[in-house]
Design a binder for this molecule. Structure first.
Ligand code: 6LW
Length: 541
């Protein structure tokens, strides 16, 4: 087989899965996991990503080798920490940073829909995390840098939203900073503008590090789309003046044939022996006219320091296949992933989600809000592979028109495909709906037998198929994957596969029961998510 110029990728763009112990395959967190931030505590690494309007917020992962990441919980898992009521599409939680200092973990992020920047802390990254304290500084993408007892709070700022705290006369779009008490969120100094970047639009995602006698400020520029890139500057003081690296951009795939595009938003981590790595976001576009459905994913790349003290990405670009980190604790066992941490509601749940009134089933109580609205009764997990198969058994007895329950592949309120059990007259029938912006194709198919209905949603070769059996025979409805892609739907998130239940009659408890949910990559590899066979963990949210 002839390989494309990028190791690990065939000409058709499919990854070759080879675990040879010396190399690893990117992305290290496939599917919608943008704006990664990483910290090290002893032998372990911890990583967080943005979660936008999904609940719980800010997933936390751990790893002992930077390559295999196990989900261990969420930073914001209580409604009291995370107000997403009414959060717009791609609103909510932006760009967290995780740091560890003095025996305590700190995460800072922005709720762009309610409250702005906040900081939470906790001794155990699995939780519980504290309630948020709010930080009175404008912009997005906050970061923390600890130096002794001094804590720097760094964020981006846009000129047009610059607030009253900015003291510099020459204030402009770029990176700003203050000193902070990370427990109270109180600013301990005025906010000062520190760097404007190298000229790309939207200087953002600042992270500050110290190496030798320099402070290094790594940022993202160019906007998070195809022009995204990373740059770095350094100074003898955390306040600047910052001198841009002569090797900038730190990271850029713009215009390159690399299958990973739009790289940026990097966070660096130091291993022993001055070995450094970065995590960053990137996308894997498909087709001649680029599109991607998996959102922005998390990639891992080695950092090399030049002899004159600048960080660069070894091989200049993020590779699909890369040598593994060298200076890691010897053969420690990987942490085992916690179960059910993949599951999200969209926005803070207004009703309790129940695992389950019946043993081995999950039940959803129907809400009047449809999938087009902000608060549907929905539970989903990320699409993490371009080709996958998913299925679930649905037990639902719709009472009237407007009651529906089934499977959905969802990018946003305005872009989703679903298959559901509905009622027409005296019979239960199968319905499919493809919603793409203002265009809706709804089809009512044949009657379905009594009892459990097994439904599936698959994606193969950029086409989603919704399917189930009716008394008239099997139904298969296809919709082009491009129609749910970021390029068509817009937004900062990626596609979810989920279950949902709608009931137009408010106040009447219409409950749908689901079981045996399966999701696996195609061609079939080991099942990556499955429940229903054993009693699932009970979860109150
Ligand atoms: C994030 C910004 C960005 O806050 O997109 O990629 C925004 N960069 O840094 C949302 O993820």
């Amino acid at each position: 087989m002839r390989l494309a110029p990028y190791p690990g990728v065939t000409r058709r763009g499919k990854a070759l899965r080879i675990e040879d112990g010396r190399t690893f395959e990117n992305p290290v967190l496939p599917g919608f996991h943008p704006d990664p931030s990483v910290c090290r505590v002893g032998d372990a690494f911890y990583l967080v990503t943005s979660s936008f309007e999904y609940f719980p917020g800010i997933p936390v992962f751990t790893s002992l080798n930077l390559v295999h990441w196990a989900p261990i919980g969420h930073v914001l898992d209580r409604a009291g920490q995370l107000d997403l009521r009414g959060a717009r599409t791609s609103g909510g939680i932006y760009a967290p940073t995780i740091r560890w200092h003095g025996g305590m973990f700190f995460v800072t992020a922005t709720n762009v829909s309610a409250g702005g920047h906040f900081i939470v802390h906790g001794e155990d990254p699995r939780g519980p995390w504290s309630d948020p304290v709010w930080v009175d500084q404008d912009g997005i993408d906050p970061s923390l840098f600890f130096e002794g007892d001094t804590v720097y709070f760094t964020s981006n700022v846009e000129a047009d939203v610059a607030g009253p705290h900015v003291t510099d006369a020459e204030f402009e779009r770029g990176i700003q900073q203050c000193l902070i008490n990370p427990i109270t969120g109180k600013r301990l100094s005025p906010t000062r503008f520190i760097w404007g970047g190298t000229g790309g639009k939207f200087p953002e995602a600042p992270h500050l590090y110290r190496r030798g006698g320099f402070y290094y400020l790594v940022i993202a520029e160019g906007g998070t789309e195809y022009g995204h890139f990373g740059s770095v500057a350094r100074s003898r003081s955390p306040w600047g003046p910052f001198e841009p690296s002569p090797y900038n951009p730190l990271l850029s795939h713009s215009g390159s044939p690399n299958p990973v595009q739009a790289v940026g938003h990097a966070d660096l981590v130091e291993l022993d022996g001055d070995e450094w790595w970065l995590v960053c976001l990137g996308i894997r576009p498909r087709g001649n006219w680029y599109h991607h459905n998996l959102g922005r994913e998390t990639f891992l790349a080695p950092v090399t320091w030049t002899s004159d003290g600048w960080p660069t990405v070894r091989h200049a670009q993020v590779q699909m296949r890369e040598q593994r980190p060298r200076r890691l604790p010897s053969a420690s066992p990987l942490p085992s992933p916690a179960t059910h941490h993949e599951w999200n509601t969209v926005r803070t749940p207004l009703d309790p989600v129940v695992f389950s009134r019946r043993p081995n089933w999950l039940s959803l109580t129907g809400r009047p809000a449809t999938l087009d609205e902000l608060h549907p009764s929905f539970l989903g997990r990320r699409q993490q592979h371009s080709d996958f198969s998913s299925s679930a058994g649905v037990d639902f007895d719709p009472q009237e028109v407007g009651d529906e329950a089934g499977l959905v592949v969802r990018m946003s309120e305005s872009h989703h495909f679903e298959i559901a059990v509905v009622r027409r007259g005296n019979t239960r029938v199968l319905m499919t709906r493809l919603r793409v912006g203002s265009i809706v194709q709804e089809t009512v198919h044949g009657s379905i037998p009594d009892g459990l209905v097994t439904m599936h949603i698959d994606c193969v070769d950029d086409s989603y198929t919704l399917g189930a059996a009716t008394l008239d025979g099997p139904v298969r409805v296809t919709g082009d994957a491009v129609l749910l892609s970021s390029e068509v739907a817009g937004g900062f998130t990626g596609v979810y596969i989920g279950i949902y239940c709608t009931s137009q009659t408010d106040g009447r408890a219409t409950i749908a029961y689901f079981r045996d949910f399966k999701y696996y990559e195609m061609p079939r590899l080991p099942v990556t998510e499955e429940w229903g066979l054993d009693e699932p963990e009970r979860k109150e949210v």
